[in-house]
Design a protein around this ligand. Structure first.
Ligand SMILES: [Zn+2]
Length: 313
């Protein structure tokens, strides 16, 4: 954990946000966003995804973006990878953290990465093996993804025992940490609290666990709070709530970073992030959008009278 921070806010906009919209951001625009967010105090940013460029042209420059982002002082640079080749490219580019994509739901995993979950686990094993050889000091953190942990657009509900089983398997294969995602915005706060409590009982309190929520049905912040209550200390979010849900046209995307930071700071939890500076980053980022909507309420209402952010206190 970064010093002086109670909760780590992991900005995923340059990946999750940008990969879900039509507009392709030029590399410089991405880097402007990343640099400005880091200057505003954002400690960790997911800057790209190492997927085939013909599938996701928005992410074609990910290696370049990683290479330039790792020079930003104090910033932890993460990248998402679907397979060994992606992981090799991300590690070669210098990513500090590599998030490996895997869905707990078989149907979702098949449609997303065209593999069974067991095949994805074998791929995960190879990624850890590659990291251990290429980087004997194991400085590159490998994060095991558990997408669709709260439900799936193809198969509906996802049993909690499946999430636990896959979490244990990822850790046995060498995951340094886990990321539990409500990929399609099905989760409710009670479900979130119950699942994370069960997860900590299963894998132990010492495993770093991040949570990734979408605001598709307005539950994003409530789910983030429920995860905090269960002991989660790392939360993914996206500036302006950029992005959406490919299965629900017009639906809002990830939890809005500014709103999440406001909630945490108001609750006395330090994020290290300056909200005023963050709103300026949002404004600059929005200039590159071509009609895509952004979300968020803090940007409209501003801080309440007398508000003192925990980070500034
Ligand atoms: Zn997401």
């Amino acid at each position: 954990m970064h010093e002086g921070i109670d909760i780590l806010v992991h900005e995923v906009g340059p990946r999750d946000g940008l990969q879900s919209i039509e507009t392709v951001f030029p590399t410089e625009a991405k880097l402007d966003w990343i640099r400005a967010a880091a200057a505003a105090g954002v400690p960790q940013i997911q800057v790209g995804s190492f997927v085939r460029a013909d599938l996701l042209p928005q992410m074609a420059d990910s290696a370049d973006v990683v290479r330039q982002s790792i020079d930003i002082p104090g910033l932890t640079v993460s990248a998402l990878v679907p397979n060994l080749k992606g992981a090799q490219n991300a590690i070669t580019a210098g990513a500090h953290q590599v998030g490996v994509v895997m869905s707990v739901s078989e149907a979702h995993n098949k449609s997303n990465v065209n593999r069974t979950v067991d095949e994805s686990l074998e791929g995960f094993r190879q990624i850890v093996e590659y990291r251990n050889e290429a980087d004997p000091d194991r400085k590159t953190v490998i994060s095991g993804g558990l997408a669709t942990s709260f439900g799936c657009t193809i198969s509906g509900s996802v049993p909690v025992r499946d999430v636990m089983k896959r979490a244990e398997q990822l850790l046995e294969l060498g995951a340094d940490r886990l990321n539990v995602a409500d990929t399609v915005g099905f989760a409710n706060p009670k479900q979130v609290k119950d699942l994370f409590e069960e997860l900590y009982r299963t894998v132990g309190k010492d495993v770093p666990v991040g949570a990734h929520f979408h605001d598709t049905r307005g539950m994003g912040l409530a789910n983030a709070f429920a995860a905090l209550e269960a002991g989660v200390r790392e939360l993914d979010s996206c500036l302006g709530g950029l992005g959406g849900c490919p299965y629900a046209p017009g639906a809002s995307g990830n939890v809005v970073t500014e709103d999440l930071v406001f909630m945490l700071e108001a609750m006395g939890l330090r994020t290290g992030i300056d909200l005023d500076a963050l709103l300026e980053v949002r404004e600059s980022m929005e200039k590159h959008l071509k009609g895509e909507p952004t979300q968020g309420t803090f940007v409209k209402a501003g801080p309440p009278l007398g508000f003192v952010p925990a980070t500034a206190a």
